[in-house]
Design a protein around this ligand. Structure first.
Ligand code: 5AD
Ligand code: SF4
Length: 532
């Protein structure tokens, strides 16, 4: 099976940072050492460490070949572990985490657990966490604080922390020291081990920690519990870009692509089940296939093959501008189920900042890429991610971001204030920009994005667009809400039977963040019929 950093626990961090307050294990006693696992007693709590995260190992990029495993992750003897019990997962962060949650839901249900949304009814609660910015981490520690009283009232509750934060040694140390009522910590490479880890947590009294630092092989055939009309499909794991501000290459490991035949089989199955839209997922989908040693097959080839599958809409996220090649543009221009929306994170409009971010493209390269995309796909809608207040960003450099945004006319953007992440190169860079200045920059950028979003929506006025109806509006049950091919949110009146169908809608009143319209026709597809 997969291997990882499973040696004896080494609670000392490798970062050279002062994590000492969470790594003072002077009062820790070794209770037991067995099969490479060590049980410590720390402040009266026994903690069994199968594997601790190590920053040094997470940074490494080995040349080992990635193997693919197809065996079942839930062995026969664990299929009744959850009988009569309920689980609840709170998910933070990106689509990759949402998809990991779908996998964990699949695993829970194969173990016989039932889902619940009521925390007081749950027998297991997992927090699937995000480490990309500090405020995401603060939310998780806040939630852990709230859950403490529940755990005290109901000691048999299993409380677990997984996802990107578990890959950080400092976080694991802090939970072990300050939130010792947590029962289980496991990492992003250990998801398929959930059934075994739950069993350990149930039958032992100790906190169980298993976080592999080195990514393992690719595990296929994991169950996934998907809901709704849209499905995520992972095409690759990890990231090798090492942008200087980003923690993802450490928490998610090296780039590993799923085999095209496995991706295509999954998409075909989703089409058969009646899903209307899929989103191909990867931290940098444009690097898809670079790691194959036995074939020359890249993201453009995958898109060209998926284009031929009978699923109405295909999206992908996230793209890195550096690897976005002409062959991909050519394939996307074929249209069909490949929609006219590209999310293309630019991060900054200043070549100097881009260089310090190690994005490996310049402002000019980005603008040229946009020009080539627009030439091939004239009605394309572009959205982006932007970081303001990168260490040392000057007013002029920020204004270059504003001017690039204006020039490209992004239809919308996710915008963030730079958040230093322990262990990343940018966290070591000198930063002389006061936080209030960064906040002001964010406000200025957001005002521009709002202006451009309205402008982009106004262009649709009077046009008829195809809408996938996703549900009813929160405020009015007679109003339906859905998305255009270009991912714009649209509200219009119609019966609830249209949910899950494609409707032609005439745009009547574009707003800044959504569009109002009127149904121009009855649905173009038969009722939804998927049983996932
Ligand atoms: N600070 C702020 N934003 C970040 N992102 C990634 N790392 C950081 C950080 N340290 C943003 C980038 C990325 C998005 C998912 O999150 O814009 O594209
Ligand atoms: Fe982070 Fe850069 Fe990789 Fe995106 S491409 S996940 S920003 S390192």
């Amino acid at each position: 099976m997969t291997q990882g950093n499973r040696g004896p626990a080494n609670p000392k961090p490798d970062t050279g940072k002062d994590y000492s307050k969470y790594f003072d294990f002077s009062d820790a006693k070794i209770v037991k050492e067995e099969n490479g696992k060590t049980t410590y007693r720390i402040k009266g709590r026994d903690i069994t460490i199968n594997a601790m995260p190590s920053y040094k190992d997470e940074k490494k990029r080995g040349k080992e070949e990635i193997r693919v495993h197809y065996e079942n992750a839930v062995p026969e003897e664990l299929r009744t572990l959850g009988r009569g019990k309920k689980y609840l997962i709170y998910t933070y962060g990106c689509q990759m985490n949402e998809h990991d949650t779908e996998v964990m839901r699949g695993l829970f249900e194969e173990m016989g657990f039932a889902p619940t949304t009521e925390r007081t009814e749950a027998d297991v609660i997992l927090l699937n966490t995000c480490a990309v910015r500090e405020n995401a981490e603060d939310k998780v520690f806040g939630e852990l604080g709230h859950l403490k009283s529940l755990k005290l009232e109901k000691p048999e509750l299993i409380l677990g922390v997984c996802g990107c934060m578990s890959q950080e040694a400092a976080v694991v140390g802090r939970i072990m020291q300050k939130h010792a009522y947590v029962d289980l910590i496991f990492g992003t490479h250990n998801i398929h081990r959930l059934p075994h880890l739950l069993q350990e947590a149930y039958f032992g009294k100790e906190m169980v920690v298993e976080v592999w630092s080195k990514e393992g092989d690719i595990i296929e055939n994991l169950p996934k519990k998907r809901e709704g009309l849209r499905a995520w499909v992972n095409i690759m794991y990890g990231c090798d870009k090492f942008c200087t501000y980003c923690i993802v290459p450490y928490t998610r490991g090296k780039e590993r692509s799923r085999l095209p035949e496995d991706v295509i089989a999954e998409v075909r199955e989703l089409a058969r089940q009646g899903f209307k839209e899929i989103t191909l997922l990867g931290q940098n989908v444009n690097a898809y296939g670079k790691d194959f040693t036995d074939r020359n097959y890249r993201f453009a080839d995958l898109m060209d093959d998926i284009r031929k599958i009978d699923i109405p809409r295909v999206r992908f996220t996230t793209s890195h501008p550096r690897d976005f090649d002409d062959r991909l543009i050519e394939v996307l221009a074929k249209g069909g189920n490949l929609v006219e929306h590209i999310h293309l994170p630019v991060q900054s409009g200043s070549s100097e900042i881009l260089k310090r971010m190690s994005r490996k493209y310049s402002r000019e390269h980005f603008l040229d890429l946009v020009r080539r995309i627009r030439e091939a796909i004239p009605n394309v809608v572009l959205t982006t991610d932007i970081i303001v207040g990168f260490p040392g960003e000057t007013e002029e450099q920020f204004e270059e971001t504003l001017s690039l945004v204006r020039e490209v006319k992004f239809a919308s953007a996710f915008t963030f204030i730079y958040s230093p992440r322990e262990g990343t190169p940018a966290a070591e860079m000198e930063d002389n920009v006061p936080y209030e200045v960064k906040q002001k920059r964010l406000e200025r950028l957001n005002a521009l994005i709002a202006e451009l979003s309205l402008e982009s929506n106004l262009q649709l006025k009077g046009q008829t667009v195809e809408v996938l109806v996703e549900g009813v509006s929160k405020n009015n049950p007679n109003v339906l809400s859905g998305r255009t091919r270009s991912n714009k949110l649209i509200h219009f009146e119609g019966p609830q039977e249209w949910i899950g169908q494609f409707v032609k809608v005439k745009v009547t009143a574009p707003q800044t963040w959504y569009i109002r319209g009127e149904a121009a026709d009855v649905p173009v597809q038969a009722a939804l019929s998927h049983g996932a």
